[in-house]
Design a protein around this ligand. Structure first.
Ligand SMILES: Cc1ncc(COP(=O)(O)O)c(C=O)c1O
Length: 333
């Protein structure tokens, strides 16, 4: 049976994430970055408890409750071929006994691996299409939903990344969790993609200055998008709009979304060899590269308590395309 709770702003949420997730000290990482032990933690949202975890599970707690209230028979969404969001949506649909239809942007890959393998394992139906941009992808998702409607199904469209005020309530909850787990109003560093995770944290803390988002390249309009979603999320949660302006780091992107960088490889190695943490080359590796760069060049003050939000994404590391690049790079060490 699914457990329903009253969540932030009185919105219903289905318990999917196994909250609270652990907040673990990262002293060996701190020392590698010339920080004092006891100043640095990792918030393990890679360990949310559905379908290999990650940040999307918190968002789906609210989205799934909304879908069920609307009488949905299917969840429909779209994303990249190796999308963690698509995989988490497929897992949530399976858990709720709903169908799941995914529009994956790109050509069918030569090998089924990583998140795509898991989408299929969860029973999702998958369609590969080339989307020119986000707006086009949203249209393709709507097209898929229309097709389902014409068969008598009741599709519920999950917006790309679930980065709406509703989905971002999951990160209002996470902000409250972090402040209940440690004192000192830490700075939280994370990967910012469709921006709902970043925005939800800022709304939860009531302060943009407590969140540092590292751009990983899915969108160019992050400052305005984070601000707008954060305001809408705060309103939905019944809180004041966060003070300040969104803080973003733009220099870890390299050649673009999903393109490997040396700094990301260094970050993946450092996290693995100091803390036993698995990062991925698309999201968390670049976020950790931003944290490392910020500690080294002073953008992150040495005395400021620091939390790295691990948003998951390890299944992507095991996709053929990424594991080939990482293994070539490890063999050159
Ligand atoms: C592992 C991982 N980290 C971070 C993000 C970024 O989250 P958001 O889209 O809410 O900015 C994503 C989004 O797909 C993700 O899969």
């Amino acid at each position: 049976m699914l457990e329903t709770h009253i969540g932030s702003g009185g919105a219903p949420r289905i318990a999917l994430a196994g909250r609270p997730t652990p907040l673990l000290p990262a002293d060996r990482l701190a020392i590698a970055l010339d920080r004092e032990p006891g100043t640095t933690w990792v918030k393990r949202d890679d360990l949310t408890s559905l379908g290999l975890g990650g940040n999307k599970v918190r968002k789906l707690e609210y989205v799934l409750a909304d879908a069920l209230a609307a009488g949905a028979t299917h969840l429909v969404t779209g994303a990249g071929v190796q999308s963690n969001m698509a995989r988490a949506t497929a897992a949530a649909a399976a858990k709720a006994g709903l169908g799941c239809a995914l529009v994956l942007d790109g050509a069918p890959p030569p090998n089924v691996s990583g998140n795509l393998l898991l989408d299929l394992l969860f029973g999702a139906s998958v369609r590969f299409r080339d989307a020119a941009d986000h707006n086009h992808l949203e249209l393709l998702i709507e097209e898929m939903a229309d097709e389902l409607r014409s068969t008598g199904a009741v599709p519920y469209v999950v917006p790309v990344g679930a980065s709406t005020a509703l989905g971002s309530l999951g990160y209002v909850d996470a902000a409250d969790e972090i402040d209940a787990q440690i004192s000192g109003s830490p700075l939280v560093v994370l990967a910012t993609g469709s921006a709902g995770t970043h925005a939800g944290l800022a709304a939860g803390f009531g302060d943009h200055e407590r969140v540092l988002g590292v751009r990983i390249g899915t969108r160019d309009d992050l400052e305005s998008r984070v601000a707008a979603i954060a305001d809408a999320t705060a309103e939905r949660a019944g809180r004041l709009a966060p003070r300040g302006r969104p803080v973003l780091m733009h220099d870890q992107l390299g050649d673009g979304y999903g393109e490997h960088t040396d700094a990301c490889h260094e970050a993946m190695t450092m996290a693995a060899r100091t803390e036993g943490l698995i990062l991925d080359p698309v999201y968390t590796g670049k976020a950790m590269a931003g944290l490392i760069a910020g500690c080294r060049d002073g953008r992150i003050a040495a005395e400021r308590p620091l939390v790295f939000l691990h948003t998951g994404g390890a299944p992507g590391l095991f996709s053929t395309s990424h594991s080939d690049v990482v293994s070539r790079w490890l063999s050159r060490e």
